[in-house]
Write a protein that binds this ligand. Structure first.
Ligand SMILES: CC(C)(COP(=O)(O)OP(=O)(O)OC[C@H]1O[C@@H](n2cnc3c(N)ncnc32)[C@H](O)[C@@H]1OP(=O)(O)O)[C@@H](O)C(=O)NCCC(=O)NCCS
Length: 356
């Protein structure tokens, strides 16, 4: 197969791949001298780079890296640009940028630097390089967004506005054991089993694409419920827009609400996928929006019940939820579901900066 090398070095100002001029003189003075001397090269990632990228990605995100599962589909997405940084020909860093929100937002994802190259400013250089590239390719882009779960420094607050924060609850279990536990709790029947015996509502409503459209686009009901009007799906923040729903509809997601005509809690569950932490380990991502603990628990149970019925092996389940719900939900996981908590309280922080 033809391997197409799109080498973009610091030393030119014409990026032939995109057939447009990019004025690197803006970024050049910002580059740490040591790095510009080190002769980093940038290239657009191709399918053939997969093994090398995985080689430098060991232990990323505590073994919950989504890139092995997503890489091939990333290569097909027309609104996505995946850039590699190389040193002496070897891949040492990756950043992916997808343009969303009707072309106004560049969303940075997948950022990683090879362990031996960290702490030298590589990520900062790559971020700036990609920003220049995307600005040239998509002149309508106005803001850059990204989602972080590390401790932000005061310097980061000068750079970014916070769009929203969600608590992160990470638990692990064996699918078969949780299935048994759910059945002990009387939750093994159909979706409308005795899952929610103590409440007056009929249980979560599973939305299809038509009903998602109706609820999210033709009413204002979701605006107040979603954190800062943002649909966050598996770390990706989207504004409520037709074009974004089209992106989301291409993914395997369960969309729930408690009540279509007056939603108090909504959730998105991304179908489980394998992660590199070990053989037969799956990652289950649940984004929960709203402040009502009881309704949030119902939807959590719904998602667990639906996916443990088909899953085998170990599951790392990460739920993102309104921060005050973290503690009671963590207690529920331990006391009622008997599942093990992996980490203490952490936050997912969606941040934004103007693209200038
Ligand atoms: C996080 C990581 C990419 C930082 O790489 P690095 O080359 O050591 O970072 P640098 O030396 O360039 O210094 C940090 C710079 O990257 C930025 N940065 C650090 N973590 C970041 C993140 N998660 N998202 C975006 N930017 C980040 C900092 O803001 C800083 O920018 P500045 O130069 O404008 O101050 C690297 O430690 C890594 O690969 N970690 C494992 C993967 C990971 O956690 N990725 C984060 C994805 S959310």
């Amino acid at each position: 197969m033809n391997r197409v090398h799109h080498i973009l070095t610091f030393n030119f100002c014409f990026i032939s791949y995109f057939k447009m001029k990019i004025d690197t003189s803006l970024t050049m003075p910002l580059l740490p001298e040591a790095l510009s001397q080190a002769g980093l090269q940038f290239s657009v990632a191709t399918e053939e780079d997969f093994d090398e990228i995985m080689g430098m990605s060991k232990d990323i995100y505590g073994g919950l890296d989504y890139l092995p599962t997503r890489y091939t589909s990333w290569m097909q997405e027309s609104n996505r640009t995946v850039i590699l940084a190389r040193k002496e020909g070897k891949v040492i860093a990756l950043e992916s940028v997808v343009v969303i929100d009707d072309g106004e937002t560049m969303l940075v994802e997948g950022l990683r630097v090879a362990p031996q190259e960290r702490g030298k400013g590589v990520a900062g250089v790559l971020l700036r390089f990609c920003s220049e590239l995307i600005k040239a390719k998509y002149p309508d882009v106005k803001v850059c967004r990204l989602t972080r779960d590390d401790q932000l420094r005061p310097k980061d607050f000068e750079k970014y506005r916070i769009i929203t924060k969600q608590g992160i609850l990470l638990v692990r279990f064996r699918a078969e054991e949780l299935k048994l536990r759910l059945s002990e709790l009387g939750l093994s029947g159909g979706i409308h089993s005795s899952l929610w015996p103590t409440t007056s509502n009929a249980g979560p409503v599973h939305l299809n694409h038509t009903t998602v459209d109706q609820l999210y686009l033709t009413t204002d009901l979701m605006k107040g419920l979603l954190p800062n009007g943002t649909i966050i799906q598996d770390w990706q923040p989207f504004k409520i827009l037709r074009s974004n729903l089209d992106i989301l509809f291409k993914k395997d997601i369960d969309w729930l609400v408690d009540d279509e005509s007056n939603p108090t809690v909504a959730s998105l569950c991304t179908f489980p996928f394998p992660v590199p932490i070990g053989e037969d380990w799956y990652y289950l991502n649940i984004d929960m929006f709203g402040k009502d603990l009881n309704l949030a628990r119902q939807q959590f149970l719904y998602h667990l019940q639906r996916h443990t019925s088909t899953l085998k092996g170990h599951v790392m389940c990460q739920m993102f939820l309104d921060p005050p719900l973290w503690k009671p939900m963590a207690d529920f996981c331990r006391n009622a579901l008997k599942v093990e908590r992996v980490k203490e309280y952490r936050e997912q922080c969606v941040v934004e900066a103007d693209v200038i």
